[in-house]
Design a binder for this molecule. Structure first.
Ligand code: FAD
Ligand code: FES
Ligand code: MG
Length: 325
C-alpha cells in the first residue's frame, strides 16, 4: 500500500498531472477494497457464533475444502492472526451445502479467550486441516462412547458414524454441573441410549462417568469403549477397563504446534514407544498410554500460559478504558 501512496504522491507532484486528485482518490479506494478483498479471500469467515455456556462457545466457519475432506476424529490447527500461536481444535460438525465446519471450544487460556471474543463476520487468519487419523468406524457390536466436558462436542461426529455402521451405541457424558452439559438433544438422536452424569447431581445421575460405566459393564457385554475428555477422565476409564480386558480407545490431547509431525511437541509414549499424536493419532489404545508423562508434558508451559492470558486481559482492559474515555 505504501508503494501506491508514493506513486500517488509522485503523480500529484508531476507537472504532467494526467489524473485529477478526485480520480486518484477513486483509484486509491478501489485499490484498498481490492487489497481487503484479496486478504480476506484467503482467510476463514465466522458465519455463526453461539454461546453454549459461560465458558463454551461454538462457531460455524466458512471452510469448504476442509468440510469436504474432514472425517470424525480429525482436527484442525488454527492461527487467529499473524502473531497468534497455533493450537488444535476438533471439528465437531460440517455442512457440505454451505461449505462450513463447526468448532466447539472451551475458553481456558489466551488463544481460546481471544477466539471466543471474535464475532460473526470476523475472520480467522489460518486454518490447517484435516489433520490426524480419522476414527476407525466398523461394526463392533456394543460400543460405550464416553465424554467429559467439551469432549462431548468431539464425540458427536464419532457416535453418529458408529450408529450408522450398525453399532449399539451407549453414550455416557459427564460434566461438573447441569449448566456445563452440551448437546443433549443431538447426543440422544445419535445414540441407542444416552446416560448423563453430573458431579453435583444437578442433572441425570449423580457421580462420575466411570461410575456409570461400571454399572453398564455389569449390566451387559460391551465390545469396545471410546473415551474423549480431560486426561484424568481418560486415564480413569482406561484403568477401569483394563481390569475387564475391554479394548479402550482414547483421543489424546497433548500440546500441538504444527500438527504435521515435524515439531515434536505432541510426543506421547504408547506401549513404551514414542508416537506423535498429530500424525500417529490422536486415537490410541488407552491401556498402553503413559498417562503420567502426558500429564506432566501438558503442564510444561503453565507459567507462560498464565502470563500470556494476564497480558491479553490487561490489553483488553486498556482498550475498554480508552473506548470509554
Ligand atoms: P493456554 O493457557 O495456552 O493453555 C491451557 C492448557 O491447554 C495448557 O495447559 C495445555 O494443557 C493446553 N494447551 C495449550 N496449548 C496447547 C496446544 N497448542 N495444543 C494442545 N493443547 C494445548 N479444546 C476444545 O475446547 N475443543 C476442541 O474441540 C479441542 N480439540 C482438541 C483436539 C486436539 C487434537 C488437541 C490436541 C487439543 C484439543 N483441544 C480442544 C484443546 C485445545 O487445543 C486447548 O484448550 C487450547 O490449545 C488452549 O489454548 P489457550 O491458549 O487458550 O490456553
Ligand atoms: Fe508437531 Fe505433532 S504437533 S509433531
Ligand atoms: Mg496458549
Amino acid at each position: 500500500m505504501d508503494v501506491w501512496k508514493n506513486s500517488k504522491l509522485q503523480l500529484q507532484d508531476s507537472k504532467k498531472n494526467i489524473f485529477s486528485n478526485f480520480q486518484l482518490n477513486i483509484f486509491y479506494k478501489i485499490y484498498i477494497i481490492f487489497e481487503i478483498y484479496n486478504s480476506e479471500k484467503d482467510m476463514f469467515k465466522i458465519i455463526k457464533k453461539e454461546v453454549l455456556s459461560s465458558v463454551i462457545k461454538s462457531f460455524e466457519i466458512e471452510a469448504p475444502d476442509i468440510a469436504k475432506n474432514i472425517k470424525p476424529g480429525q482436527f484442525i490447527v488454527l492461527r487467529l492472526h499473524e502473531k497468534g500461536e497455533r493450537f488444535p481444535l476438533t471439528v465437531a460438525g460440517k455442512n457440505l451445502e454451505k461449505g462450513t465446519i463447526k468448532i466447539i471450544f472451551q475458553t481456558v487460556g489466551k488463544s481460546t479467550t481471544e477466539l471466543g471474543n471474535l464475532k460473526e463476520g470476523d475472520f480467522i487468519r489460518d486454518i490447517v486441516g484435516p489433520l490426524g487419523k480419522p476414527t476407525e468406524i466398523e461394526n463392533f457390536g456394543t460400543v460405550v462412547a464416553m465424554a467429559g466436558g467439551v469432549g462431548t462436542a468431539e464425540l458427536l461426529p464419532v457416535i453418529s458414524d458408529l450408529l450408522k455402521a450398525g453399532n449399539k451405541v451407549i453414550t455416557i457424558v459427564g460434566a461438573r454441573n447441569k449448566d456445563l452439559l452440551l448437546l443433549q438433544d443431538e447426543l440422544k438422536a445419535n445414540s441407542t441410549e444416552l446416560l448423563t452424569a453430573t458431579d453435583d447431581g444437578s442433572y441425570g445421575i449423580k457421580g462420575f462417568v466411570t461410575n456409570v460405566l461400571a454399572d453398564v459393564i455389569k449390566r451387559e457385554k460391551v465390545n469396545i469403549v471410546y473415551a474423549i475428555g480431560p486426561v484424568p477422565m481418560m486415564k480413569a476409564v482406561s484403568n477401569m477397563t483394563r481390569e475387564y480386558n475391554l479394548k479402550t480407545l482414547v483421543s489424546l490431547n497433548p500440546i500441538m504446534v504444527d500438527g504435521t509431525g515435524m515439531c515434536g511437541a505432541c510426543r506421547v509414549s504408547v506401549d513404551k514407544k514414542i508416537r506423535f499424536a498429530c500424525v500417529d493419532g490422536p486415537e490410541f489404545d488407552g491401556h498402553l498410554v503413559d498417562w503420567d508423562e502426558l500429564t506432566s508434558r501438558l503442564r510444561a508451559f503453565k507459567e507462560n500460559e498464565k502470563v500470556a492470558l494476564e497480558k491479553y486481559k490487561e490489553i483488553l482492559n486498556m482498550e475498554c478504558k480508552c473506548h470509554k474515555e
